[in-house]
Ligand binder design. Structure first.
Ligand code: BES
Ligand code: ZN
Length: 462
């Protein structure tokens, strides 16, 4: 006689019924039911967090900015590790348009000591001297009828973009531009992209800018401005892709489960947590799975240039054919998964709705920890391009984030082995509930769709 079916999620008090008219409702329940019968230990027993920690130790020796030799070194390391576990490993190269900030910025003005200028992303080099001229907000209207030939335009932040201010002043003949803040704090902006009309530009704080403006109001002030070492151009970054083929070659393929993280960091940050932690966890999951038979293909990917706008994951997803995208059952993203100083673990989906990745992870966290890891809406990482291509995806992160996020203090000593292990266990057992032989789950994803891009990084354009 058939036993009445009670899904684990329901038993655990999870509200799966809040899922959208779930294409996956049945298969997810079937997978969850099977998982209850105890496959978790096969993965959990294989994980050794000392390996994860040692990968972070290696990777976080330097920042790993996309397109730099330090990223190349991380890529080589990740590839060698995947290969040492016996996986077929591919390096996927892609290009992007990059900007290297200046290594020298100087600003001096008669009567002013110790000005602290900062640069703008996409700003150009130059070495100029000229009289300061106050140019208001630098709008076209304000500059109409003004001649700025040879002058350094002093412009207040606000109303139009930084890039427009520089172009408007340059078109009136300015040799350089200073943009000062309209609020407290330093101004770290971007011109939004390259433009051949730009002249050298630096930023100043509100207080510095206002005192220069006051001096200009009283008489002529000569200033010198120097920007050196800035460089725009094509750069190369890489994704690293390791494949674990389905174990039983005689069976029809059961789809692909993908897990991964980004290996690049922001400039100046060793990125122990962001995201050597996710990269190292991807490596340790790959090692843990190497001798475990699976019916689905497993794919372990580390992405480049995430910090520059999810470029690596976007490139990866764009290179998939419709058929290849459909074969991917789900993508598990790990970004910032080991900080001692961050809050509790959460699962982010781009639309905040449950999908097969979040549901299986909530089930596995319930089995392992007694409570489901909470599901929240969130983008800002490599699960976004998968979502936009119609592939179920979710990202693991501890929130609130640690104070060291994107700083030079994001170092190994801030890493918690306990947190790392918790995430690897939740992801590994959720993946295995889909991948183990004979599970009754979905074999492929439904037809991929293109959704509108959303929740990207808002740049400091104004
Ligand atoms: N790991 C972060 C994402 C993050 C940080 C999510 C804090 C939630 C809280 C990621 O590496 C990152 O910094 N992403 C960029 C977005 C990207 C599109 C450039 C960001 O959030 O600024
Ligand atoms: Zn990150």
């Amino acid at each position: 006689m058939k036993k009445p079916f009670v899904s684990l999620a329901v038993a655990a008090g999870l509200i799966i019924s809040s899922a959208p008219a779930a294409t996956y409702a049945k298969p997810v329940e079937a997978v969850q039911k099977q998982a209850k019968h105890g496959f978790d230990h096969k993965v959990v027993n294989n994980l050794n967090v000392e390996n994860t920690y040692n990968h972070i130790r290696y990777l976080s020796q330097t920042p790993r900015v996309a397109g730099t030799p330090e990223e190349d070194n991380a890529v080589r390391y990740v590839k060698e590790q995947f290969e040492s576990y016996g996986y077929k490993t591919e390096i996927q190269e892609f290009t992007f348009f990059g900007y290297t900030p200046p290594n020298k910025i100087e600003l001096s003005a008669a009567g002013f000591d110790h000005l602290k200028p900062e640069s703008f992303t996409y700003g150009v080099n130059g070495n100029i001297t000229g009289d300061l001229m106050h140019a208001g907000l630098g709008t076209k209207e304000e500059l109409a009828g003004k001649d700025l030939t040879g002058k350094i335009a002093l412009i207040q932040r606000g109303s139009i973009s930084f890039g427009e201010k520089v172009i408007n002043a340059a078109e009136k003949g300015a040799a350089g531009v200073i943009i000062y803040n309209n609020a407290e704090g330093s101004l770290n902006g971007t011109l939004g992209g390259v433009d051949e009309r730009y002249v050298p530009v630096v930023s100043l704080s509100k207080a510095e800018g206002e005192s220069l403006a006051a001096a200009v109001g009283k008489g002529s002030v000569t200033a010198s401005l120097k920007v050196e070492g800035a460089e725009s151009g094509e750069r190369i970054s890489h994704n690293v892709i390791a494949t674990k083929a389905p174990t039983n070659k005689n069976k029809a393929a059961d789809g692909v489960v993908v897990m991964g993280a980004h290996h690049d960091s922001v400039p100046g940050a060793p990125g122990a947590n962001d995201d050597a932690s996710g990269t190292a966890s991807t490596l340790e999951l790959a090692r843990a799975f190497k001798d475990i038979p699976t019916d689905t293909e497993l794919r372990f990917i580390t992405f480049g240039a995430e910090e520059l706008g999810l470029l690596g994951s976007e490139h990866y997803v764009n290179t998939l054919s419709q058929e290849e995208a459909r074969e991917i059952i789900g993508y598990f993203n790990m970004d910032m998964v080991g900080s001692k100083d961050a809050g509790d673990l959460s699962i982010k989906t781009v639309d905040g709705k449950p999908n097969i990745v979040s549901q299986l992870s909530q089930s596995s966290s319930t089995r392992l920890n007694g409570t489901p890891t909470p599901l929240e809406a969130g983008g800002r990482s490599d699960h976004v391009p998968f979502f936009e291509a119609g592939i179920p995806s979710a990202s693991f992160i501890h929130t609130p984030t640690e104070p060291w996020y994107h700083t030079p203090e994001d170092t190994l000593d801030k890493i918690s082995k306990e947190k790392l292990l918790d995430v690897a266990e939740i992801v590994g057992t959720a993946v295995y509930s889909l991948a183990h032989p004979d599970n009754q789950g979905p074999k492929t994803n439904k037809a991929p769709k293109k959704a509108a891009p959303q929740d990207r990084h808002e740049q400091n354009l104004q």
